[in-house]
Design a protein around this ligand. Sequence first.
Ligand code: ARG
Length: 423
Amino acid sequence: MKTASKCFLLPLFLFTVVSFSSELVLIPENILDVRTGKLIKGSIHIKNDTIVSISNEIKSSSLNIIELNGITLMPGLMDAHVHLIGNNELNGYESISESSEMATLYGVKNAKNTLLAGFTTVRNVGAGNFADVALRDAIKKGVVLGPRMIVSGPTLSISGGHGDNNLLPFDSNINEENHNIVNSPWEARKAVRINRKYGADLIKFTATGGVMSKNTDVNARQFTLEEMTAIVDEAHSHGMKVAAHAHGLKGITTAIKAGVDSVEHASFINEDAIDLAIKKGTFLSMDIYVSDYILGEGAKKGILEESLAKERTVGKLQRKNFMLAHSKGASMVFGTDAGIYDHGDNAKQFKYMVQFGMTPLEAIQASTINTANLFGIEMIGEVKKGFKADIIGVSSNPLKDISILEEIVFVMKNGVIYKDETN
Ligand code: ARG
């Protein structure tokens, strides 16, 4: 980086975000237009948190000018499925020893690692005690560093479902009291209302069992159509989106019929369900890297043997069905389930998306344009006039080698530079 002034780097040192009311110009080698895949020449003029123009002239000499020689700039990446709250090294029974306070402190570290890896917006789908709401707000206020967060609060689940805590005995007395464990349409509506009241932006529920939960079946549908419809209707009536965790086909199909905005995992989806998703405009968020981590590291990291056994079938089929969904033209977003593995390693999934059928540009669009659509946030996900100044930099063309996204050298969010390792 060559720069007239380093004032935009200030937050790195102070660990606090100052709101700048100034202007700067970034002059990169080129800019990736993620809509067309074209590399564009030009300098990016940023005022406060917004890109005000991209042009070849620099209007005033009083501006901060940052030359990024050899660097390709592109929009900040987005991940539609993360779990920032908690220490991801704790698995199985060890996980119940973690206090909410400790989980939140780990969240602070995880949020920073995620931002510095180039992810400027993430959707956090499931966190206890609304710790995700607190983290989102602390980031917004500049108390801690992290991506823009869209958060769900506690996941809604049936009793004994994937979103319940199934590790404790009945006489521990805590599980049946939780407001997010619901067993009828009206309980479900109440839980949506409570999540909204305490600050959730969207609703996440579990429509099938899961890999990482004890004593749940990935093929079993959890919640009836009536319950799922109640959740979606209640959430949508408050302008909240709904994400449904679902591996098995019955749960996937029921969730799509109920009108969810995204299906998470979608492992055993088939042609008919893909067609239905396309017809209803449902996004698919398929986390096709995490299986390698679970099967490679899981035993060492204390993941339960029954989870490893489930993963042995889920991972393979999910990748096959990712190819199918992509080839049929489903709307797909980038969602990783980071939190099972280290935060900041999110971009490892890009190569898998390319290996399983996407072009590098499509994989990048899944993490920019498509996520912005799913999140319902306008003016993010592209480096264009009027868009939020969420801009990241890489040292070579990611369309030629997608794995360069694992080595982000420049990160700006809302017009503030958080990382500059260019030289
Ligand atoms: N949170 C998910 C679950 O426990 C993770 C699934 C991971 N496996 C996969 N192949 N995507 O069900």
